[in-house]
Every structure is written in structure tokens, then in C-alpha cells.
Write a protein that binds this ligand. Structure first.
Ligand code: NAG
Length: 327
């Protein structure tokens, strides 16, 4: 090979933009030059090959177990202020038999959505005040107290009482409380309908819709055990959409108590950290297996607002006069 053709070849090589230093010496053969097309073939001392092998093995192990093991990701952190964060998931078969019965309402788009812009801080505070004023008159001895303004159910000790039968109930609630409650409920109803692509008037508020107060106190009855993974629609067949409005802040008012979606498909737990005024809305079927972590300290307040497509299970908004009737 004459030096001219060698030069041409080297020119070709530089055209191909080899950035790495080609160590082939001038007297190398054509064969070697062809190889250089795929980059230089570096040689390593035995030790370096060994180190690299270990490194690669390590990376593969992390990738392998990383995908096999449960992961945890935050769907909504407490510190975030979310306009709208949605995650779509494939609907379970749970709704199949109802699709014809309640067309345009039963979920065909499934998933979750979190918004911090739906309910204002003052609305959340007004509702928190209702919960606190009501719960003063009862309270579970275990970790979970509920107050249902529709039925009047209030945890007391190991049982429930009807708050509307308490003697001084007239001093507990104001008419404006019920107005706030209804306004917030209606906003959530419209947000659910809008997000999941259905008509707001095809959706009905259903039982149970209630305030909850969770603490770290040890459970005394089954009602106190809120931390078991479950599917809402299995517990309450009438449910189609579940929503939660948080009235306290994770990491400030309490520790633990995050809401967790368990996604088997990708072995991932997706957490929603409660934030005052944050609304989380999701379809109630088995595509949304979830639980609430045990509260480890402080007090966690929230409202569960439940919706059905079946008018048969609709409940009325609680009203001040109704409260007086029951009294
Ligand atoms: C996800 O939740 C399940 C059910 O409670 C639990 O067993 C698992 O440890 C959780 N995984 C992570 C990574 O937190």
C-alpha cells in the first residue's frame, strides 16, 4: 500500500468523525483499518476487565431487583400546589354489568386526579371547624372517629351515637355550616364529572359521606382499622367515584397517614400526601386498591365524599332544618 492511499483512508476516517484516538500505526493492514470504523478496540489489563465485569453485574442486579421490588412514588407531595395532576389507568371489569344500566355515568375512563385549586383554604377551615365542633361531642376510644352529617352518626367510645339527638346540638352547628358543606360537595361533584367525562347530574352523592379524624391511638374496634388495603366498590357496591378532601397537612399536623394506591401492574405504591384543601378523586373499582397509612403522631382530618350513578342510593344534602327535625 502506498502512502497516498493510506492518506486517503485516514481522510475517510476523519470524515466519519472519529473523536477517539486511533492508535493504529502507519504500517497497519487494511483489516485493522476496517475495524477502526467501529471505534478503537482498547485493551485492558486483566484487573480492569474484572472491575468492569463486577460493575456491570452490579448495575444489572440493581435494575433487576429494582423492577421486581415494590417501588414507592409520590403522586402528590404535601409541599406541591397542584392545579390538576391526573393519572389514567385501565378500568377493572367491576363496572361491566352496570355500563348499560347507567350509561354515561359508570366509569369508562378510570384513574385518579388530585387538585389543590378546587377548595379554598377558608372553605377547608370552615369544614375543619364543623368536624371539630361535632367531634367534641363524641370520639372513638381507638384511632378513628367519624362524623356523618347526613345520618348523624358520630363515633363515641366503641360505638356510634346520633349527633342530632344530642341535647345541645342546636348550639353545635350553624346554618352556614351546611351551606359550606353543600357548596364544597357540589364543586367536587362537578370536578369528578368533568374529569371523568360524565354529566354532573347523572352523579349522586351516596352513603357514607363523612368527616374522619385519625390519630395514632391503638385500634379498639374494627372501625378503627383504616389502614387495610381495600377496594371501595367491594365495601360499598353502590360506589362509582370516591373523593377525599383533606383538612390537615401531612408532616405538619400529623405524621404517617399518607394515602396509598397499590398498583400491582408495575409493583408501585403511589402516595398522596394530605394537604389542607387538597381534593383527591378516583374511580371506586379494583383498579384503585388503596389504604391509608397508620398515623404515627398528630391528628389527621379529612372528608370522604362518595358518588354513585344509581339514583336508588342517592342521599340528600344535610340541612339545618332537617337537623332540627331529628332533634
Ligand atoms: C406498598 O404497599 C403494600 C401494602 O400495604 C406494602 O406491603 C408494601 O410494603 C408497600 N411498598 C412500599 C415500597 O412501601
Amino acid at each position: 500500500m502506498d502512502s497516498k492511499s493510506k492518506q486517503a483512508k485516514r481522510k475517510d476516517a476523519s470524515k466519519e468523525k472519529f473523536k477517539t484516538k486511533i492508535t493504529a500505526d502507519e504500517k497497519e493492514t487494511d483489516e485493522k483499518e476496517n475495524k477502526s470504523k467501529y471505534g478503537p478496540m482498547p485493551t485492558f489489563p486483566y484487573q480492569r476487565v474484572f472491575t468492569r465485569a463486577i460493575l456491570i453485574l452490579g448495575v444489572l442486579t440493581v435494575v433487576y431487583f429494582g423492577t421486581k421490588e415494590n417501588k414507592e412514588v409520590a403522586l402528590a407531595k404535601q409541599k406541591e400546589i397542584l392545579q390538576h395532576r391526573a393519572q389514567d389507568i385501565t378500568c377493572s371489569d367491576d363496572y361491566k354489568t352496570e355500563l348499560e344500566k347507567f350509561p354515561g355515568c359508570v366509569p369508562q375512563r378510570c384513574g385518579r386526579v388530585v387538585s389543590d385549586k378546587l377548595v379554598s383554604a377558608s372553605e377547608a377551615d370552615a369544614l375543619l371547624s364543623i368536624a371539630k365542633r361535632g367531634m367534641v361531642h363524641g370520639g372513638s376510644e381507638g384511632g378513628a372517629t367519624i362524623l356523618d352529617l347526613h345520618s348523624g352518626a358520630l363515633s363515641q367510645g366503641k360505638n356510634f351515637v346520633n349527633i342530632y339527638r344530642l341535647k345541645n346540638v342546636k348550639d353545635v352547628f350553624k346554618k352556614a355550616d351546611f351551606t359550606f358543606y353543600k357548596v364544597v360537595k357540589t364543586k367536587i361533584q362537578h370536578a369528578v364529572a368533568h374529569h371523568f367525562g360524565i354529566q354532573p347530574n347523572s352523579l349522586y352523592l351516596t352513603h357514607p359521606t363523612f368527616f374522619s379524624r385519625l390519630t395514632a391511638a391503638p385500634a379498639l374496634t374494627i372501625h378503627d382499622e383504616y389502614w387495610h388495603p381495600h377496594v371501595d366498590k367491594e365495601t360499598y357496591e353502590s360506589f362509582h367515584y370516591t373523593s377525599l378532601l383533606y383538612l390537615a397537612d401531612y408532616g405538619r399536623d400529623f405524621e404517617g397517614g399518607r394515602f396509598v394506591f397499590i398498583d400491582k401492574d408495575d409493583n408501585t405504591n403511589r402516595t398522596v400526601e394530605p394537604r389542607k384543601g387538597r381534593v383527591s378523586m378516583f374511580t371506586s373499582g379494583s383498579e384503585n386498591v388503596h389504604y391509608v397509612e397508620r398515623v404515627t403522631s398528630g391528628t389527621r382530618y379529612a372528608i370522604t365524599v362518595s358518588f354513585t350513578c344509581d339514583e336508588k342510593y342517592a342521599i340528600e344534602d344535610p340541612t339545618f332544618p332537617q337537623m332540627e327535625h331529628k332533634h
